[in-house]
Structure formats: C-alpha cells, structure tokens
Design a protein. Structure first.
Length: 60
C-alpha cells in the first residue's frame, strides 16, 4: 500500500483498489469452491488406500 489515508487517495487510486479487491475476492471464492469440490474425492481416495493397507497386513 502507499500508506495514504482513504480520504487522501485520488478517485483513480480508489477505483483501482476496488477493482483489485473485487478480483481478489472473486478468485478467493473460486478457490474455496474448488477446494470444497475436490476435498471429498481426496478423502475418499485416502479411505480406499487405508483399507487396502489394512487388508495387506492381515494374517491368515
């Protein structure tokens, strides 16, 4: 940041700040949504691997 107070910024600086903030928030929302959709698969895969590991260590 430039260290200026909000009332010392020019309209162009304010517009640029708001635009960058909107882009950041949009990308953050996309990342959270992607993580939410991908995480169940990752945990399911981990469960399957753990089950296979347990089967391979059984005696008999």
């Amino acid at each position: 940041m430039t260290g200026k107070r909000a009332d010392e910024r020019s309209p162009e600086e304010v517009q640029d700040l708001l635009r960058r903030r909107a882009i950041f928030l949009r990308e953050l929302a996309e990342a959270r949504e992607l993580r939410r959709r991908v995480a169940p698969r990752r945990s399911r895969r981990a469960e399957i691997r753990a089950t296979l590991r347990m089967r391979s260590f059984r005696i008999g």
